[in-house]
Ligand binder design. Structure first.
Ligand SMILES: Nc1ncnc2c1ncn2[C@@H]1O[C@H](COP(=O)(O)OP(=O)(O)OP(=O)(O)O)[C@@H](O)[C@H]1O
Ligand SMILES: [Mg+2]
Length: 375
């Protein structure tokens, strides 16, 4: 499976990624006539340049990202639905239905898109909506698609209107409608596309236009992970890093990971650093529960996984707004955080653990949160 990504890559790429992910290396198998047509298209005259910044995904992150469905821990419902969809599509020799994955950051949306490509034995082209600002960006990507490919668009709620409109016939009829020429002489040409699967990911499903949402055959929500699942994820990542972790050590890290694999992996790496320095005199590094607690306290991650920002958000609501209800804009102004960051990153977990409530008049801090903060 080749992965083509238009995501920025850190400068220190280190060792090359182990799994195959070469951009554009695969023969396209497409007739030249599409390209010939495009060369003359005034509206997309810079076609050759797109997508502009094809690069590999972060290799360090890739090492710990599960590659097969069997390695993808938790999300039982999602996996069940997809297993059936994959088996049915393969039985018919069809591409998978277009799939929309939504849920808070770090729960495994991108991971699932990459796994789907592996399971289906196809290419996965990865991009994100902000990289598809101009119509020619999406045209460029669609022209590269080969039969059965997965096109993954992250932050799909941020697509520009014109890009979105190009996607409608592409998703529905595997057809690309492009305008050739300008003004009165402009003509619309329809080009057939090979059947492909669009996988969209978003943290804000409500921000998607309904015509776009309706074109997805499968719409799936990712849920926060439970303690046992996160513990398994920590243990799996520890084996890959590699670093020794006791079951209790892994559980401690899992408990403070806000139900989120990305946070679990991040905390594990920080705890490993701490353990390594602390145990420098010893031959091996071992993460026990005690070491995990010490390291996480140093990082100001409390036993429930709340960090400094979560606590100050709740504290400001209590101190400045008598615990609410307070509107999101006022909260953003008082905390200096951006409205979207509060809504997409901080709030979902606080709502999940019952520390915040959303009401029509604004957000309210619950008694449980007051108790946790010692108020
Ligand atoms: N089910 C899982 N099992 C094991 N590890 C996982 C799982 N889901 C996610 N991870 C790990 O968490 C990391 C973050 O996941 P991913 O990048 O897929 O999140 P995301 O939902 O796409 O986040 P964002 O909304 O920020 O793009 C991955 O690198 C992967 O290692
Ligand atoms: Mg992602």
């Amino acid at each position: 499976m080749a992965i083509i990504s238009s995501r920025p890559q850190p400068a220190n790429s280190g060792e090359p990624p182990k799994k195959a992910r070469v951009s554009g290396a695969k023969p396209t198998g497409k007739s030249l006539s599409h390209r010939d047509l495009l060369q003359g298209a005034a509206t997309i005259e810079e076609q050759q340049e797109v997508p502009s910044n094809q690069q590999n995904l972060n290799p360090q992150e890739e090492k710990i990202r599960p590659q097969r469905l069997e390695d993808y821990i938790g999300q039982k419902d999602l996996k069940g639905v997809l297993q059936i969809a994959i088996a049915a599509a393969q039985g018919r020799n069809d591409p998978l239905d277009h799939l929309l994955l939504y849920g808070p950051p770090g729960l495994g949306k991108t991971t699932m898109a990459v796994i789907l490509a592996t399971e289906m034995g196809t290419n996965c082209q990865i991009t994100s909506a902000p990289a598809l600002e101009r119509p020619r960006d999406i045209v460029g990507l669609l022209m590269k698609i080969t039969a059965g490919d997965i096109l993954f668009i992250d932050e799909i709620h941020r697509l520009s209107r014109m890009t979105e409109e190009l996607l409608y016939p592409a998703m529905e009829d595997f057809r690309l409608d492009i305008t050739i020429g300008k003004g009165q002489s402009a003509k619309i040409r329809s080009l057939p596309l090979p059947p492909f699967t669009l996988v969209g990911a978003t943290t804000r499903v409500g921000a998607l236009s309904s015509p776009l949402r309706d074109r997805f055959g499968l719409i799936q929500r990712l849920k926060f992970y439970d303690l046992a699942e996160l513990q398994t994820i920590v243990q799996r990542t520890a084996r890959i890093l590699p670093v020794e972790v006791t079951p209790e050590g892994a559980e401690e890290i899992a408990r403070r990971s806000r139900g989120t694999p990305r946070i679990a992996n991040r905390l594990l790496k920080r705890v490993r650093d701490y353990a390594q320095v602390q145990q420098a005199a010893q031959a091996t590094t071992k993460i026990t529960q005690e070491v995990a607690v010490e390291a996480l306290e140093l990082l100001e991650v409390d036993p429930l996984g709340l960090d400094w920002t979560d606590r100050s958000l709740l504290q400001i609501m209590i101190d400045n707004f008598k615990g609410g209800p307070v509107g999101l804009d006022s909260l953003a102004a008082a905390t200096g955080e951006d409205v979207k960051t509060i809504e997409e990153v901080y709030e979902p977990y606080l709502l999940q653990i019952g520390y915040l409530q959303r009401t029509p008049r604004g957000r309210i801090v619950t008694d449980a949160a007051r108790k946790h903060l010692g108020d």
